[in-house]
Design a protein around this ligand. Structure first.
Ligand SMILES: [Zn+2]
Length: 225
């Protein structure tokens, strides 16, 4: 057993003691998600990343082989395409752990909602994190307004309602618009019909909003699960 796997086993056993989750003692854990709640796995992973002590779990050739035939991601992340906010890295996860939908400004259209529905219905992921971040260029473009070339306008148009709502809030407009944009997308997913809204109402799907800090590497949760 490698040092990393020994550490994973110890963390899993500790979680069992603390949380009472079920885990067969004769099994060697392949990742922490098998014995933790999805959100807790993301919280712990981000703490490891932000503190400079990532485990880089599930990124080796064995894991690649294990998930080649099928995938069972434990969470869905709707994030910004920004090159500084890759979900697998900032949550310290690996192959097959996260189902990720990314767009500039972490907005969702019908295609993105369809991707999320697939992950919920067919891959049985039951937690969605909508992840914004500070200094988001897409939100800043929406705040700045004016003409933008090509299809970029469809992005700023989707973010514009969040900017208008944020204008009524005290404080920095860009900062508030980033938060408001996350909250709007959370609500958009929660009320999406016919699948996602129904799953939320049935208590089968959790959607939370969060915000990543580019400087510290930490994720702050904007909504309660
Ligand atoms: Zn961004």
């Amino acid at each position: 057993m490698t040092r990393q796997r020994k550490l994973l086993t110890a963390l899993c056993l500790l979680t069992i003691l603390l949380c009472g989750c079920t885990f067969r003692m004769d099994q060697e854990p392949t990742d922490l998600a098998v014995c933790q709640s999805p959100l807790q796995s993301l919280i712990d992973g981000n703490q490891r990343f932000a503190s400079g002590h990532p485990l880089h779990q599930n990124q080796d050739s064995q894991r690649r082989s294990d998930v080649a035939g099928e995938q069972h991601p434990f969470a869905i992340v709707v994030g910004c395409s920004d090159s500084r906010v890759p979900p697998e890295i900032i949550f310290d996860q690996g192959l097959g752990d996260l189902f990720v939908v990314r767009s500039a400004g972490n907005i969702v259209d019908d295609q993105a909602l369809g991707s999320i529905e697939y992950a919920v219905e067919h891959l049985h992921a039951h937690v969605i994190v909508v992840l914004g971040h500070d200094n988001c260029g897409a939100v800043k473009a929406a705040v700045d307004g004016g003409d933008v070339p090509g299809h970029i306008g469809s992005i700023t148009a989707a973010i514009a309602p969040a900017v208008e709502t944020a204008r009524h809030d005290p404080g920095d407009l860009l900062d508030n618009a980033i938060n408001e944009n996350v909250l709007r997308v959370v609500n958009q997913i929660k009320t999406s019909e016919p699948i996602l809204g129904h799953e939320v109402e049935a208590g089968q799907l959790t959607v939370v909003g969060a915000r990543y800090n580019l400087s510290t590497g930490t994720v702050r949760w904007l909504t309660e699960p």
